[in-house]
Design a protein. Structure first.
Length: 313
């Protein structure tokens, strides 16, 4: 509402309800005491918004800072929901399949192989070897998945992600981490462009975003390049920025419409992320179903052995 031209006091009056009356009264009291909106607004917002507004409010008025923070939080929540819904099921399927195969090979197969030995059926030694291979493979797959997740969480933790990013960028240009960091940087930078924040001022603000270390890293690299006399278009050719974003900035410079180009890049990035989630989900599900199918074929062959022996008598 403040973006629509309402003052802060008018916005409070319009939005006040019985539930938020005490909070709004506290805001009015702060204003009467001579405090600026930026001084008391940050502690009163929810945690996800507070972490961003504290940086924005130093370079924007309170309304613009609140609007930018809320816009970014809404998009991040939407993306997080899509990521979880797209990746959770295949990951749980793979974990359940691995655990199920291991338990089957540990408790069910021994009874079936014991029955084969009691009937003196040939080939039981081969099936025993296959049972050992199945147990070993499922255990190794489970350990590999857990180790990969733990390693990724460690290297992508806030204390290590800068080092990981600087290591990956020169060696793996446009890797998924570079694309994700460039998308996050663009999202923050776009909010600054929409609110007419000068480029140098926006970069100095973003490089102080402790909650987003990769956004701060990219902003710092670009700020240093601009301070050395490099144009913004050439600075975007940094290995720390995705090449697709650099091309969009090049087009924006030619078309003199940065906001539209940045929105276009984010739209492209969203479609690319959705496609990557679909590919990941499909690949994991196909792998899981294939392993389940192989186990079913293996069990079927064991169950059919007695019938085969009877036909040969």
């Amino acid at each position: 509402m403040m973006d629509a031209g309402f003052s802060f006091q008018e916005t409070l009056q319009i939005l006040e309800t019985d539930k938020n009356a005490s909070l709004f009264e506290e805001m009015r009291r702060k204003l009467e005491e001579g405090c600026s909106v930026s001084e008391f607004l940050t502690p009163l917002t929810e945690k996800s918004v507070r972490s961003y507004i504290s940086g924005f409010v130093m370079y924007m008025d309170a309304g613009a800072a609140l609007g930018a923070a809320c816009a970014i939080v809404r998009v991040e929540k939407s993306e997080r929901k899509k990521l979880i819904s797209g990746c959770l099921y295949p990951c749980l399927l793979l974990a359940g399949m691995t655990a199920g195969i291991f338990l089957f090979a540990s408790f069910v197969l021994p009874s079936m192989l014991g029955l084969m030995r009691s009937l003196d059926l040939s080939g039981s030694e081969n099936y025993e070897l296959l049972r050992t291979l199945i147990r070993t493979f499922s255990a190794l797959l489970f350990v590999l998945c857990v180790t990969s997740v733990v390693f990724a969480l460690w290297r992508l933790s806030p204390s290590n992600i800068d080092e990981t990013y600087r290591f990956l960028c020169p060696r793996f240009k446009d890797s998924w981490l570079v694309m994700a960091a460039s998308r996050d940087f663009t999202r923050f930078f776009l909010e600054c462009v929409r609110r007419k924040v000068p480029t140098m001022q926006a970069l100095r603000m973003l490089k102080q975003m402790k909650e987003k270390p990769l956004v701060a890293l990219i902003a710092n690299e670009l700020d240093e390049s601009l301070m050395s006399g490099t144009s913004f278009e050439k600075a975007m050719a940094s290995p720390y920025v995705e090449s697709a974003l650099a091309r969009f900035i090049h087009l924006a410079a030619a078309a003199a419409n940065v906001e539209t180009m940045l929105e276009g890049y984010l739209a492209m990035s969203a479609k690319r992320t959705e496609a990557a989630i679909r590919r990941f989900s499909t690949a994991v599900q196909l792998f899981s179903y294939s392993l389940i199918g192989l186990v079913l074929i293996f069990v079927y062959s064991i169950l059919m052995l007695p019938m085969t022996m009877l036909q040969q008598i």
